[in-house]
Design a protein around this ligand. Structure first.
Ligand code: TYD
Length: 130
């Protein structure tokens, strides 16, 4: 009964003359957030991620720039998402292997369901596949 990775459309209000606002409130989120962090200035030739989580669920949003996100679920299904708009997010369920590539200007926000816990990480791909 694992959930699948899905695109979340946060939508936006506003217009070009005032700018926009997007809101992550509980109707849009698959979990109650416990932690928010962001990554930025990742060189374009660097791939991040290469891990899964036992229990952590996340939503990734490209607040600026473009993120290419590849996900392998725990039943081997493959997904690719291009995040290039701050009104979109991707829900990453637990037990998904993920890698991310970034444009030079990308700022990635992660909304997370749990506090940081290194023991929740699976950083060995062969252990993930078991
Ligand atoms: P990691 O989750 O591996 O980053 P990414 O998936 O983007 O490559 O985290 C990178 C490092 O930062 C790792 O050594 C753990 C540390 N870290 C924390 O200490 N606290 C946190 O909340 C996060 C997300 C990472």
């Amino acid at each position: 009964n694992y959930k699948k990775p899905t695109l979340i459309d946060f939508s936006r209000t506003g217009d070009r003359s005032t700018g926009y606002i997007s809101i992550a409130e509980k109707e849009k989120l698959p979990f109650v957030p416990k932690r928010i962090y962001w990554t930025y200035f990742t060189p374009e030739d660097v791939v991040r991620g290469f891990h899964s989580h036992h229990n952590l669920e996340q939503v990734l949003i490209a607040m600026a720039g473009k993120i290419t996100l590849n996900i392998e679920t725990n039943d081997g299904e493959l997904f690719e998402f291009i995040l290039d708009s701050p009104d979109k997010g991707v829900y990453i369920p637990k037990q998904c292997w993920r890698t991310m590539k970034y444009s030079h200007n990308a700022v990635q926000m992660c909304i997370a369901s749990m506090e940081y816990d290194e023991s929740d990480y699976i950083r060995d791909y062969s252990l993930f596949k078991k």
